[in-house]
Design a protein around this ligand. Structure first.
Ligand code: GLA
Length: 698
């Protein structure tokens, strides 16, 4: 039974394959945290609950008065930490005082119902076990006759055990440098991770991990959590001087308020958490399984090798140019051809045309159907770049509907990349957006959309709406609904999430997309760190990775073709260069590397990932699926000419024998574990290797 109950202590215990989670109702009917960690029995949970019950609150000094760790600390009473729930009632009262009204247990889930002791506010705390991942979310309902102002409604507050030290891992970035992993001591303070941008953001990602400072890739206790939301969000991580720590998070950034109308329920997105005793690598593998089994719409499908025209042409797309690229791409083994920006309206630069989603008649006088047909004749699927949430002021759409964008009275409309954001929270704008997308996908039989969003929200108002901050919820939910409807009506359609690179990667968008574009930076040397951070939460099968031209368009770095491929092969391989300029020799080498990727693709896309580090600049990743093992190793530079250290493998059986499928050499598992994998790296910088091993004897 995954959810057990002990009525005497009003204690619930949720147990997955290697995790338990326990909560109880305190005497004041508040929901208190009891345990998150290794599996425990109900008796053991009772012992922990009793211990918490006996802990003196208040403590010796009135200043230390507190209520202990809570599952959704509401503002009010002796609570001075970050509130997970803040409301204001019509008479100005702000605090919440709990009354337990019931609980509901289903096979894998628990709902605890609470209400305010006086005001007509009901709150449900939801828990769902998905393997070892605990999904948590909150629903608040107004049962009264006047509005209740919601100042904060987090999905969940999480408590980690008190330790003498805590370390926080999280992701930071910017355009062109997303998903860079930061790992540093958690200060005795409140640390806010947030996006105020209306999208998940390049700058912070709603994922984190906490350990006690001693965990490594394959050992140590790690707590990790990720929020399934693609708009603005906030997670506050806190640690107090006595070593108690936790975090609370949910949608919306500070300062937003929502009015809960009479009879209305507001439900938050899920905040998922997991615990492991086996290090950051195991935490990532658990996330990858969760994304595969619980989140992705088509998790078992093999992601095709795509070609994308952006770096080859910029905005200069036309039928002849695209056909030339398509012929080359097909020759290299691409399976999906995606035409990027520039094909519609007056979109010959970033200054105009967004919103006018009909093919540019000068560039595509016959429309897009002949291009789509030729791409398919070449054996590839056909996809298009789109930016459905945006509009250039210089467009027919904006001229007709200037009121459709996010704006505020008497405020400037800040343009970024010469564009404004459509308010998809408006039902008319959302319906129009769905209509043109549905027609375009249907008419061309589109197989793939690269759904982009190239600017954050500013002046996020909704003139005329009684509760204008609703736009932050309504816009994101409209994006979800449009994607869901398109997928339901066009079952073959696959979607890539892009927001000027990796600005929208989260568990919410992944429920309706198939892959993510992690960064506009396609420089393989930079990409290693971006992919390292991205992979903390997301599996290889959603990580788009193109091989582009050298020198790289963004960084100017010159990187050999083989290295560019070996880095991109760690995810969903794509091609993004100007193939018409590649030499016959480059095309031949590239075709060989695409073919090599197709051989290892099942293991990369479906296998378990182990991050490797060989000292110096040598890093890599090892994918394991059954008896098959694929190792990609990268050495971007070789300081002092020293030979990079061995790459020790973690996921091999010490008594097994492994054959290198390319050289026929055999290695014992013991040697791979202790001495490492011998790598035949070419001399010089940007050296890389792809090794395929098979377990031949146990
Ligand atoms: C964004 C995307 C790029 C490309 C351009 C087109 O920057 O991240 O890949 O599609 O838009 O304008």
């Amino acid at each position: 039974m995954p959810v057990a109950y002990e009525p005497h202590r009003r204690l619930w215990l949720l147990t997955g394959p290697s995790t338990s989670y326990a909560v109880r109702l305190a005497a004041d009917d508040g929901v208190r945290h009891v345990h998150w960690g290794v599996p425990i029995t109900l008796d053991q949970a009772a012992e922990l609950a009793d211990r918490d019950e006996r802990t003196p609150h208040p403590a010796a000094s009135s200043f230390e008065h507190g209520v202990g760790p809570e599952e959704l600390p509401a503002e009010g009473g002796p609570r001075f930490g970050p509130a997970a729930l803040q409301v204001r009632f019509a008479d100005g009262a702000r605090a919440v005082e709990w009354r337990h009204t019931g609980a509901h247990v289903e096979e894998n889930s628990l709902r605890i119902d609470l209400a305010d002791r006086h005001y007509p506010l009901a709150v449900a705390l939801h828990y769902r076990l998905a393997g070892d991942v605990v999904e948590r979310w909150t629903a608040v309902t107004n049962h009264g006759t006047t509005g209740i102002t919601v100042l904060r409604c987090d999905s969940a507050a999480w408590t980690v055990p008190a330790r003498s030290r805590h370390r926080l891992s999280h992701l930071v970035g910017a355009w062109s440098s997303e998903f860079r992993l930061q790992r540093a001591d958690l200060p005795t303070a409140e640390t806010v991770l947030t996006s105020r941008r209306g999208v998940t953001s390049h700058h912070a990602n709603p994922w984190l991990a906490i350990d006690d400072g001693t965990a490594g890739e394959e050992h140590g206790e790690v707590f990790s959590a990720a929020l399934a939301w693609s708009g603005s969000w906030r997670i506050t991580v806190h640690r107090d001087p006595s070593g108690r720590a936790g975090f609370t998070g949910g949608f919306g950034h500070e300062g937003l308020t929502w009015t809960l109308a009479p009879g209305e329920t507001l439900e938050t997105p899920a905040f998922a958490g997991l615990h492991t005793m086996s290090g950051f690598g195991a935490a990532s593998r658990s996330w990858h399984l969760y994304v595969r089994d619980e989140i992705l719409p088509e998790a078992q499908e093999t992601r095709p090798v795509l070609y994308n025209s952006w770096e080859a042409t910029g905005f200069d797309v036309d039928e002849a140019g695209q056909l030339a690229l398509a012929a080359r791409a097909a020759g290299l083994g691409a399976e999906l051809f995606v035409m990027d920006d520039g094909w519609f309206g007056a979109r010959t630069s970033e200054r105009a045309g967004l919103g006018d989603w009909t093919p540019n008649p000068h560039r595509f006088p016959r429309g897009l159907a002949p291009l789509a047909a030729e791409v398919r004749r070449l054996g590839m699927r056909f996809g298009l770049w789109l930016e459905p949430e945006m509009v250039n002021p210089d467009s027919d759409l904006y001229r007709a509907h200037p009121d459709w964008v996010l704006h505020m009275p008497h405020r400037r409309r800040t343009e970024m990349r010469h564009q404004l954001v459509l308010n998809l929270g408006r039902p008319d704008v959302a319906a129009w957006t769905h209509r043109w997308l549905d027609a375009l996908v249907g008419d061309l039989g589109l197989d793939f959309l690269k759904w982009d969003a190239n600017r954050p929200f500013t002046e996020a108002g909704w003139p005329g709406h009684p509760d204008p901050d609703r736009v932050h919820l309504a816009h994101t939910r409209a994006v979800y609904q449009i994607m869901d409807r398109l997928r339901a009506d066009h079952p073959g359609l696959r979607i890539e999430s892009c927001a000027g690179g990796g600005g929208r990667a989260d568990l919410g968008i992944l429920r309706r997309t198939d892959q993510v574009w992690p960064s506009d930076n396609t420089d393989a040397a930079d990409r290693i760190a971006i992919q390292h951070g991205f992979g903390q939460l997301f599996p290889a099968r959603v990580m788009g990775a193109w091989v582009t031209d050298s020198p790289n368009v963004t960084t100017g770095r010159v990187v050999p073709l083989r290295f560019r491929f070996h880095v991109a092969m760690a995810g969903v391989l794509g091609l993004g260069g100007d193939l018409t300029a590649w030499t016959a020799e480059e095309l031949k080498e590239a075709a060989g590397l695409v073919a090599a990727y197709k051989l290892v693709r099942p293991v990369v896309q479906q296998g378990a990932a182990y991050r490797l580090s060989g000292g110096g600049t040598l890093t890599g990743v090892h994918y394991a699926l059954g008896d098959d093992h694929v190792i990609l190793a990268w050495c971007p530079s070789r300081p002092y000419g020293h030979t990079p250290g061995p790459l020790r493998l973690a996921a091999v059986d010490p008594v097994g024998v492994y054959r290198d499928l390319d050289t026929a050499a055999t290695h014992s598992g013991a040697a791979l574990l202790t001495q490492g994998l011998p790598l035949d790296l070419p001399a010089g910088d940007h050296a890389s290797a792809l090794v395929r091993l098979k377990l031949v004897k146990e």
